[in-house]
Design a protein around this ligand. Structure first.
Ligand code: NOJ
Length: 561
């Protein structure tokens, strides 16, 4: 059975043009955990700059920096106290400029994270709002409301924070303010023109400094129905996209008005040559995602279905088809993600039994069920090579190229993620994927820095370090390097042609061809499967003979077809 997706966009000769992002591989740096230059145990910008060579050697096209702005770290930097500065613990604006210059010298684009849904409670505007009277202009930049109940002692609505607990906090003056995340992350009022103008200033500030694009945090949350009285929603989980209506009628997620904001931002992006690019973090229903990704708005939107999908051929096939069709409808390219700073690393996730409750596994410190690390890694690499063969952009998370597992057994006393405390211990949170990277086999914090690391690194960290893997063709690092080098050479256009159908998927096989005779075959079953004839370019696990072993992806090139 053959299904063709025709090329919608450009070929890679355009990598340096306005379309560079369409099939880029973007590497996410979580700065506090990447590389520490000054020995304070916290990664920083000079540290990141010093390691950009690793990214260039890996063969990615761009680096996306998670927030490095001044922050009280109530949410790992996603609580921004000043949108146009660098956290002094992480460096200075000059350090940022040096990072951009070095990245560009190495041929890497730079994307930064913009956090527009909420600021930190330490932001000058929120501090001013706290000092100002109810109803004042300063309070109008955020969402303050009187409470319910005889004395206003009850929250204004039943809205629940994504980190657990009510989405409202009461001030000593009796008023409540809205925070869809931690109490230290008050939500902006995007109906206020001052808020809109300030973010335009921020986008220009970083664009003027040479930033090539933006990752937009909680893009689906900005517009809210703030007409009085606010509506209760029946206290369902605040962050569950599957529960969202498809008509934009939810009071704070994915409202239609949010698109006006991004159309306005597009005007700013297009002031630059090449235009700045953006990708929406929008946890919305499939049917609603394309709107964020159109060329009139952000241009791309993360699709987390691939990340959440079980490693089953039929499930992945459906997910790929939907994502490609949606991206085409939007005039965008698809985005693929397997790991990021918010989820259990895929080398561990894919090693867990499918029915396993990952939160419970984390709470058992990774003991129940015991993880087969080798098996998880094998499956993860098969998924990665599948992902890197798909049309569109791949987003990698630092350390996945080392096959790092989730550090599930972090001591509870070491946990920093607000999810841990806000959920009252029901969820261990996201620290296990944020443990500072191992660069060297041994030495202080395995080469992360000279002064320890802000989250404890496990004793086996040196064995999975960059130094330990370099030059070993079977190591994940070298598999990623080879894959990215080949991908650059093989990428032609955005077409994909399925050569396997539902019957093969039922047997665990996915097989498609890209232009120029590049085949990707993935075997997600326990039995060997046929390999197409041609030259074997790369495989996620050793291939001997003519069959593709279980839980393996191979790239094969046939003579020009
Ligand atoms: C999404 C970010 O990826 C996550 O780390 C953060 O906690 C929330 N947005 C709130 O900003």
């Amino acid at each position: 059975m053959t299904v063709r997706y025709h090329a919608a966009g450009t070929d890679t000769a355009h990598r340096d043009t306005r379309d560079w992002w369409r099939q880029a591989v973007v590497y996410q740096v979580y700065p506090r955990s990447f590389a520490d230059s000054d020995g304070d145990g916290i990664g920083d910008l000079p540290g990141a700059t010093s390691r950009l060579g690793h990214l260039a050697a890996l063969g990615v096209d761009a680096v996306w920096l998670s927030p490095f702005y001044p922050s009280e770290l109530a949410d790992g930097g996603y609580d921004v106290a000043d949108y146009r500065d660098v956290d002094p613990r992480l460096g200075t604006l000059d350090d940022f400029d040096a990072l951009v210059a070095e990245a560009h010298r190495l041929g890497l684009k730079v994307m930064v994270d913009i956090v527009p849904n909420h600021s930190s409670d330490q932001h000058a505007w929120f501090q001013e709002a706290l000092r100002s009277a109810p109803g004042s202009a300063a309070r109008e930049r955020y969402v303050f409301r009187a409470g319910k109940g005889e004395h206003g002692e009850l929250p204004p609505t039943d809205w629940v924070s994504c980190f657990g607990g009510p989405a409202w906090t009461r001030l000593p003056d009796g008023w409540w303010y809205l925070h869809l995340f931690a109490p230290q992350q008050p939500d902006f009022n995007w109906d206020n023109p001052e808020v809109r103008a300030d973010f335009r200033t921020t986008l220009r500030f970083w664009s003027d400094r040479g930033v090539d694009g933006f990752r937009v945090d909680v893009a689906h949350g900005l517009a809210k129905d703030l007409a009085a009285p606010l509506r209760d929603i029946g206290a369902v989980e605040a962050c569950e996209p599957r529960d969202l209506p498809e008509d934009g009628s939810h009071p704070f997620w994915d409202r239609d008005e949010v698109h006006e904001i991004f159309r306005d931002w597009r005007g700013v992006f297009d002031e630059y040559d090449p235009p700045r690019v953006a990708v929406a973090e929008a946890w919305v229903r499939n049917s609603r995602r394309t709107a964020y990704a159109t060329p009139q708005e952000l241009g791309q939107a993360f699709n987390f279905d691939f990340l959440e999908a079980a490693l089953r051929a039929g499930v992945l096939r459906a997910c790929i088809d939907t994502a490609l069709a949606d991206a085409r409808a939007a005039g965008a390219t698809a985005t693929w993600v397997l790991s990021n700073h918010d989820v259990i690393r895929h080398a561990s996730r894919h090693g867990l039994p499918e029915a396993c409750d990952a939160e419970a596994w984390l709470l058992s410190d990774g003991r129940r069920p015991a993880l087969d690390r080798e098996d998880g890694l094998r499956r993860a690499l098969a998924a990665t090579l599948l992902m890197l063969a798909l049309p569109g952009s791949g987003y990698l998370y630092q350390g996945e190229e080392l096959g790092l597992p989730e550090v599930a057994d972090l001591d509870r006393a070491a946990l920093q993620d607000p999810v841990w405390t806000r959920s009252q211990g029901r969820s261990k949170g996201r620290d296990g994927c944020r443990v500072p990277l191992p660069w060297r086999r041994d030495g202080s914090s395995y080469g992360f820095g000279s002064g320890g690391s802000w989250l404890p690194q496990p004793p086996y960290w040196g064995e999975v370090s960059v130094e330990a893997q370099e030059g070993d063709p079977a190591a994940p690092l070298e598999v990623y390097r080879t894959a990215l080098r080949l991908r650059r050479r093989l990428l032609a256009d955005e077409a994909l042609e399925w050569l396997s159908g539902p019957d093969e998927a039922a047997g665990g096989l996915l097989h498609f061809r890209r232009s120029g005779g590049w085949h990707c075959v993935t075997n997600l079953s326990d039995t060997p499967q046929p390999l197409p004839g041609g030259t074997l370019l790369l495989s996620s696990a050793p291939v001997t003979g003519e069959r593709l072993p279980p839980w393996t992806t191979a790239w094969v090139r046939t003579a020009t077809e």
